[in-house]
Write a new protein. Structure first.
Length: 728
């Protein structure tokens, strides 16, 4: 029997809390624990002995499951919901979750790529569309956004985040939360978001996934927490703990992270979920000796929901009976899950997300595809255009050869975590270029994506290139090489791809090198030898059209790197956020440096060229001293000095010259995207207050210090104008 608590008007927090209490009172201890148990749908192949342990329908009927991950198709969700609502003791509806990160059927660039657009409203729209398309087949909760900051390109999961900078990543985290959740979670096309992975996962030692971390409390506060805090301030409904530890304690068992920070300091109210099976893995961490103790430790630390670990359902009731876990804490956790269900409107109508056929009206609509095209082209970053080969003119090249393994399989254009995106719906590179140019477009892969040499493929590629007037060389790492569990010690391109590039280069034809990858890579040979390089990331459904728009100048590239591209893996972790040190770079012999390599990366954070050029005049301040409650206006005039209409991301960085702890030499505190006609100029004004200059001081208080600050305004973290002012 379903509990009747209907309501039509938008429900207030207090009403919801009372309603959740009224449901909670009816539940037995086991049923309350059931709300904390997340199971997954039927795996296509049994991969986990846990799946064989239970019959899903029986678990639902017994009220032993509260939420599901990955139940497909819609009919199965409907059937499960029917059992929950009509056949379980108190008819509590289920929530169905999935990892919807960068689109659903229509796919957008991988999140790191999208971040390169710096187009925050555009990124919000991607999340909105992802929610609409996912909700159309009954998903109500996404395990996104991933907001982990990382300075380490070896860690393949950088692809899922927004890069290295906490300010940019915070704006993007907010936008994604707003996009997924919309204004009213009870609408059937808005879904719960889940900010993950709290906290510090992006700092895995040596860039190796699932490894330990070595981070300080200050590091957490300076870099790791801000995007989570931003997601929380944007109202994110749920949070996920990390697979990693903080200071020796695994995150899902960290009372400090989950309870002290999230609950007590920030006031986060939603459920916190463990990562997949990670509670059981506390045994592997060596912090408990049994799975039962893992349940106790994780739960008492603050993990509300157990994702596919079965440790709560197996042990929490006994732990309550033994006095090791308080029933009141179980009530609080179960109530959080019930509140989420109320917010989603499921107690009003548990089937509200289930409208058969809705997918046909919502998936891959022209508007969704148009957005996919716009955000994909806005995310592309022009790394080099030394000979002004780009933009290409249609008509200049009768035959174009697309050479390289990427286009051989459209999945390489989407990446992992691409939800229900289908390679068959992707506009490939050849197709996109053919349509845009009217030229004859030939294709040869040259080598396979795995990087194994095949002389026949190479021969064919060179033959094909020989017939062309222009070669578009498509290189990169393929879809499988970034995402979870894809750490690399070598972040270079496979040797066979370099050989391909060398052979093609020798032919003396114009070559545009386009890179498709989910992480920053190191490609020294290309940097030295290829005059034209475009970073395209893994662009999603509209890949070919977006690329053609950029190559043929329909869109003038405006993307800026959200993460530093090193010269070599030996430089990582690397970030523009370097702090001052006692022996700073370039001050004599004993400065911080490598013997065998410059300190500078190949391409700095915030870097990205345009087909036009922008000239920055010096910064003008409306005053050179401000008080703590004043606002400083910093202005700079930017002129489009080239021949094309262009978009520029004007970046504002600040530096605290003397603080109670060593501070970064530069830190992003603002940016504006502007558009200028050739010859056009615009004054860009930034407002700076003491709020923007706060930091975690030596006593871990977040405040600004009086003193001198430097402001930088420029086209990247490495190039701009600077000025000093005083806060007093
Ligand atoms: C990942 C999470 C993801 C979960 C469910 C885990 O392996 O770390 O990010 O949400 O699986 O798919």
């Amino acid at each position: 029997m379903m509990v009747l608590v209907g309501c039509n008007a938008p429900v207030q927090e207090k009403d919801i809390s009372q309603k959740a209490d009224s449901v909670l009172r009816l539940l037995s201890l086991e049923e309350k624990i059931g709300q904390l148990n997340q199971l997954r749908g039927r795996p296509t192949t049994p991969t986990n002995t846990k799946d064989a342990r239970y019959v899903i329908e029986d678990e639902i009927r017994a009220g032993r499951v509260g939420t599901f991950l990955n139940v497909h198709p819609l009919e199965e969700k409907m059937a499960f919901q029917k059992i929950a609502v009509e056949g379980s003791p108190h008819g509590i509806p289920l929530i169905f979750a999935m990892d919807i990160l960068h689109g659903f059927r229509t796919t957008f660039p991988v999140p790191l790529g999208e971040a390169a657009s710096w187009d925050v409203p555009g990124i919000e729209r991607s999340a909105r569309i992802s929610a609409i398309e996912g909700a159309a087949v009954g998903f109500m909760w996404t395990m996104a956004p991933m907001v982990d900051i990382s300075f380490d390109a070896r860690w393949g999961r950088v692809m899922e985040g927004a890069g290295e900078d906490p300010y940019l990543a915070s704006l993007i985290a907010k936008a994604r939360v707003k996009g997924f959740q919309g204004d009213d979670l009870a609408l059937p096309n808005t879904i719960l978001a889940c900010a993950k992975h709290f906290a510090g996962y992006g700092q895995v030692l040596a860039g190796r996934d699932y490894n330990q971390t070595v981070i300080s409390q200050r590091f957490l506060h300076d870099y790791v927490f801000p995007p989570f805090k931003a997601a929380h301030e944007a109202g994110v409904g749920t949070l996920m703990s990390a697979f990693t530890d903080y200071d020796g304690i695994p995150a899902n068992a960290s009372h400090y992270l989950l309870t002290e920070v999230l609950r007590e300091q920030w006031g986060f109210q939603g459920p916190i979920i463990s990562d997949f099976n990670s509670l059981e893995e506390l045994v592997n961490w060596g912090v408990v000796s049994s799975v039962k103790d893992a349940a106790r430790m994780g739960f008492n630390a603050g993990t509300d929901i157990d994702m596919m670990g079965l440790v709560y359902i197996d042990h929490l009731a006994d732990l309550v009976r033994e006095g090791k876990v308080k029933e009141a804490t179980i009530d609080t956790a179960a109530k959080r899950v019930l509140i989420a269900k109320f917010k989603l409107g499921l107690f009003d109508d548990p089937y509200r997300y289930f409208t058969p056929g809705l997918d046909e009206d919502t998936w891959l609509t022209p508007a969704h595809r148009q957005h996919a095209r716009e955000i994909a082209r806005a995310s592309m970053v022009l790394l080099k255009n030394e000979e002004d080969l780009l933009p290409l003119s249609t008509g200049d090249y009768g035959t174009i050869a697309v050479i390289g393994p990427t286009d051989a399989d459209a999945i390489n254009l989407m990446g992992t975590w691409s939800a229900w995106g289908k390679p068959g719906n992707v506009v490939g590179i050849v197709k996109g270029l053919r349509e845009a140019s009217g030229a004859q477009v030939l294709f040869a892969e040259g080598c396979n994506q795995q990087g194994t040499a095949d002389p026949a493929l190479m021969r064919k590629a060179l033959e094909t290139a020989g017939k062309a007037d222009l070669v578009v060389l498509t290189l990169g790492e393929g879809w499988r090489n970034s995402g979870e569990n894809t750490s690399l010690a070598k972040i270079t391109l496979p040797q066979v791809q370099i050989e391909l590039a060398q052979q093609v280069q020798k032919m003396g034809k114009p070559v545009v090198c386009v890179l498709f990858n989910g992480r920053p890579m190191a490609f020294p040979w290309l940097n030295e030898n290829m005059p034209t390089i475009l970073e395209a990331w893994l662009p999603g459904t509209e890949a070919g059209n977006a690329l053609a728009d950029v190559l043929f100048g329909k869109y003038n590239p405006s993307g800026k790197l959200p993460m530093t591209f090193p010269r070599h893996a030996g430089q990582v972790p690397i970030t523009y956020l370097e702090k001052r040190t006692g022996r700073p770079y370039k001050q004599g012999k004993n400065y911080t440096k490598y013997l065998d390599m410059p300190n500078e990366p190949a391409y700095a954070f915030g870097y990205g060229l345009s087909y036009t050029t922008f000239e920055y005049a010096g910064i003008r301040l409306d005053q050179d001293k401000i008080g703590f409650t004043d606002t400083l206006k910093a202005s700079v005039t930017i002129k489009n000095t080239g021949d094309y209409l262009g978009r520029e991301v004007v970046q504002l960085y600040a530096s605290d010259l003397v603080a109670s702890v060593s501070r970064p030499m530069k830190q992003l505190i603002g940016f504006k995207r502007i558009e200028l006609q050739p010859g056009g100029e615009e004054e860009v004004d930034f407002k700076v207050t003491s709020q923007d200059l706060r930091y975690w001081n030596k006593d871990m208080i977040y405040q600004a210090d009086p003193g001198e600050f430097k402001l930088f305004i420029g086209t990247s973290s490495a190039e701009g104008k600077e000025v000093v002012f005083t806060l007093e």
